[in-house]
Design a protein around this ligand. Sequence first.
Ligand code: GFB
Length: 309
Amino acid sequence: MENTSKVYVAGHNGMVGSAIVRRLQQAGFTNIIGKTSAELDLRNQLAVEAFFATHQPDYVFLAAAKVGGILANDKYKADFLYDNLMIQNNVIHQAYKHGVKKLMFLGSSCIYPKMAPQPLKEEYLLTGLLESTNEPYAIAKIAGIKMCDAYRYQYGCNFISVMPTNLYGPNDNYDLNTSHVLPALLRKFHEAKENGALEVTVWGTGKPLREFLYADDLADACYYLMHHCNEAGFVNIGVGEDISIADLAALIKEIVGYEGNIVWDTEKPDGTPRKLMDVSKLTAMGWKATTTLKEGIEKVYNQRFLQPT
Ligand code: GFB
């Protein structure tokens, strides 16, 4: 990739896409294309075809997806399957048709079997049953990896895939019904502190373990791998350390400075018991995360809740 290359970041307004745009701008890229979903519905095959014919991007980061936390995945199963399959099929196929030099497809750690050994090595893909709350999303993401591999195999396209662990950062979703745990807890503890509430309700048992990566670190890894990875399969992107939801809640409570109690709503699902990425492949390729969980949460909390708008 040259600084003058035309780079299409699909999903440029989302948490991941906007972090990739920031990383490209920091590196001096001057020809970055992004379209909002109102301007370009990536589920529409004809619209995506017309977009590629008009803009002819050299490189594509495919960070557009329908995403959400455990309840959204569980409730909107059809949307998570349909939207994600349509988006990725259209973008990957048109990237092939219009001679894109390289495409990166972004997936998720939920592609791994629910009971896979930990940490999750890339070779554990398709070795067992998926977690039921996010099976449609995981199936779509697995299809995306296989699309990239198939187009590489049959047509010689340099399409690569990366699987980030759970993410957080600027431009996250704070809707309590559809968000992931980290932004949800920041909001819940912040509002409880502001309102003087005596308790905050956190979902599940607190026992599941999750790994969290700051979005700007992910973007840096994507930028790095766009330069250094040219192979089939995929690369895990994570920090290599996890934390229980109970400990995460305690950490966020402390950062926010909330002094009330935590109540556990065990009617809500726990989801996968543990999702810890094995990052040895990524480390061997020469990349490592730099933002600690505490630093990352403090940054996001300051930006989202403490800075005047
Ligand atoms: O972040 P989260 O929604 O996604 O939930 P997953 C992680 C854990 O936090 C679960 C618990 O055990 C939740 O029960 N949790 C506690 C909460 N309080 C809350 C809360 O207020 N909101 C939320 N959302 N969770 C998603 C998948 O799984 O992760 C997606 O559904 C995707 O497919 C994404 O892979 C990264 O890690 O369980």
